[in-house]
Design a protein around this ligand. Sequence first.
Ligand SMILES: Cc1cc2nc3c(=O)[nH]c(=O)nc-3n(C[C@H](O)[C@H](O)[C@H](O)COP(=O)(O)OP(=O)(O)OC[C@H]3O[C@@H](n4cnc5c(N)ncnc54)[C@H](O)[C@@H]3O)c2cc1C
Length: 397
Amino acid sequence: MPAQSDRTQVGIIGAGPAGLLLSHLLHLQGIDSVIVERRSRDAIEATIRAGVPEQGTVDTMIAAGVGDRLQREGAIHHGFDLRFGGQSHRIDLTALTGRSITVYPQHEVLKDLIAARLADEGQIIFEATDVSVHDVTADQPHIHYTAPDGITHDLACDLLIGADGSHGVCRAAIPETLRKDYFRIYPFGWFGILCEAPLSHHELIYARSPTGFALISTRSPGVQRMYFQCDPAEDATTWSDDRIWERLQANVAGEDGFRLKEGKIFQKGVIPMRSFACEPMQHGRLFLAGDAAHSVPPTGAKGLNLAANDVVILARAIEEFFHHNDNTHLETYTATALKRVWRVQHFSWLMTSMMHNLPDENEFDTKRQLAELELLTSSPTASQTLAEIYVGAPLGT
Ligand SMILES: Cc1cc2nc3c(=O)[nH]c(=O)nc-3n(C[C@H](O)[C@H](O)[C@H](O)COP(=O)(O)OP(=O)(O)OC[C@H]3O[C@@H](n4cnc5c(N)ncnc54)[C@H](O)[C@@H]3O)c2cc1C
């Protein structure tokens, strides 16, 4: 038996964007929570992942009082380029939707949320081990874990949130007989680099070329994030800087003579590409949020935003549960959250399948992809639909 018994209203597993944002939103409503996280604060704050919060995510952060640095340091982008056939075609997000996106790395969002939780004396147990969940269908579920000092804990709570990402323990607490998992594994990965170089372009570029996909993104005026399509089993360490630049330049090349500004590469790695969703997202008093319930390929820049959307829906439902003794919206959480999950799954799949070269691709596939891109960039209605989904609807819908 665990040595120490603790209690909170909401037990949260995982200090990623989902867990931290939820804990902060609950605190604003006067609801206690404890986050149990297996990694260290340093490791969380140093992990480079997503970088494009939608306007709804930015608005939520600002309204929750954790958006000061994001507003100061984030770069607002009013459009992005779709590049194919050797030419760039700008999607003017602001003209088409009245909204924009912000480039602000996920680990900076996490730094802001961790700082806010700790300033408000919120409890985050970093470096917890042997984390497990119990009694999720009872009135009082439990989290067991071992703290870094070696003491084992039994944390009882009213509600349990699985915000523990793709490889956490919570999803498995929904029995396989009640759960359906939907998967799509893509036959390519993304080779990602971080480099010290000036901006190659003032907005993001999504490029499709005969040599494959590339995304030209940014972290700051002096640090750039770029990706190109690769074999998912590729070993990044075997690629020299020259070879990486050669591939990236080939994937953006065109008759307009566009070239990337090169610089010192200081990080490289390969990301697998997959789509995943599980249903339901609730079992008893356990609620899954973010990557614990779904993940999308990064082509649509949606993973972080989808996690934030789950959490906004949950925060409202939890507030009603504790303050109004009403569990209606907790009971409808799966149905509400899944609407956006599947909209975003479709969009991320569309962007991925339209922009990448498929291993068994024939000329018909290439022509079809180019026709799709042509439609999206030449028809105002099609451009508007793309822009609306890219900037995202307000969160909580
Ligand atoms: C390499 C990479 C690149 C990405 N790039 C993009 C991108 O460009 N655009 C985009 O939109 N999305 C991107 N994503 C996806 C995006 O980062 C995720 O969708 C987002 O992090 C989801 O947040 P989350 O809080 O649900 O999960 P996570 O961020 O995964 O957080 C889960 C947390 O739970 C913790 N945890 C796991 N298991 C346990 C356990 N047993 N006990 C305690 N704690 C546990 C983990 O340590 C982690 O801190 C990327 C993801 C990866 C992996």
